[in-house]
Design a protein around this ligand. Structure first.
Ligand code: 5RP
Length: 220
């Protein structure tokens, strides 16, 4: 199976988690795009969606799927999204597409987080993928200094502005053993909107695309 076929396979498998007649939280990225395309095939079975980015919103609406504002939603049974890395505890690095803040907000509301990923995303230790951090523009220099003090190599993502009008700093060279601790510590830096560690709220299940088919993983 190619990486693309794995993404499509996990997207298809995630459809079984969609609750009949309910809302679906939808992530961002190439794997989430595969899920959106699958969701379009069963659009008559869902009440609507909540999108984690403008790009996903456009794709959902392009398929004729209703997109609701999160503030108009009381309850979200599931959130389906990809990841840049996921470990055995179902903790993730996300934000390769720069949508980490809205992803984290929608995930926080959802009862269940279904991560869909190909096998290249499964790691023992988080941190080989540079950790994205969303930053208020006027705080950039301050945040860069604070992130360097933590031990990583922070680099501004050139020419990129988030859906919230902010910047992304990617922090390379981290070997993340205490993911909850680091998530909390980075979020306490003044000027940081949020960071791409999804450790305090990990995935509930990961549908992992492998050469042998889709594996269903839960926290070890
Ligand atoms: C976007 C994300 C994505 O979920 C993550 O980057 C994975 O993307 P892809 O499915 O394209 O590999 O966090 O902000």
């Amino acid at each position: 199976m190619t990486q693309d076929e794995m993404k499509k396979a996990v997207a298809r498998a995630a459809i079984t988690y969609v609750v009949e007649g309910e809302l679906v939280g939808v992530g961002t990225g190439s794997t989430a795009n595969c899920f959106i395309d699958e969701l379009a095939l069963i659009r008559h079975r869902v009440r609507g969606t909540v999108a984690s980015s403008e790009a996903s919103k456009r794709r959902l609406e392009g398929h004729g799927l209703p997109v609701l504002e999160l503030n108009d939603v009381e309850r979200l049974p599931i959130y389906v999204d990809g990841a840049d890395e996921i470990n055995a505890a179902m903790q993730m690095i996300k934000g390769g597409g720069g949508a980490l803040t809205r992803e984290k907000i929608v995930a926080a509301v959802a009862d269940m987080f279904v991560c869909i990923a190909d096998q290249s995303k499964r790691v023992d230790v988080l941190g080989r993928f540079p950790l994205p951090v969303e930053v208020i523009p006027m705080a950039l220099r301050h945040v860069l200094r604070q992130l360097a003090a933590i031990g990583g190599t922070p680099v501004l993502r050139e020419g990129f502005v988030t859906d919230n009008g902010n910047l992304i700093v990617d922090v390379a060279g981290l070997e993340i053993v205490d993911a909850v601790g680091l998530e909390t510590r980075i979020n306490q830096i003044v000027g940081v909107v949020t960071n791409g560690l999804f450790a305090s709220r990990p995935a509930d299940v990961c549908l992992l695309g492998t050469a042998a088919g889709v594996q269903t993983l839960t926290a070890a």
